[in-house]
Design a protein around this ligand. Structure first.
Ligand SMILES: [Zn+2]
Length: 78
């Protein structure tokens, strides 16, 4: 039973890889957000540029780091 639950959890995580939309905006500059960082008192949104800029500092306090910046390549190709 435990094995089954673990397998299912992994599958769900992979399928919900893209959670950010055009309505999610970078907290630093207002551009579309591609990175979501969960911290103790809430969550922060960053564009790819500011996500990388603050990554070193934030990774020390972040509970989870959700990065969709790979989508930038796909969006630009259109
Ligand atoms: Zn930004």
């Amino acid at each position: 039973m435990t094995q089954f639950a673990e397998t299912t959890g992994t599958a769900v995580e992979t399928e919900t890889a893209y959670e950010l939309t055009a309505l999610d905006r970078c907290d630093a500059c207002g551009a579309q957000a591609y990175i979501r960082v969960q911290v103790a008192n809430g969550e922060l949104l960053f564009c790819a540029h500011h996500g990388r800029k603050h990554q070193e500092k934030l990774s020390q306090i972040a509970h989870s780091w959700h990065d969709e910046s790979a989508r930038l390549l796909a969006d630009t190709a259109r």
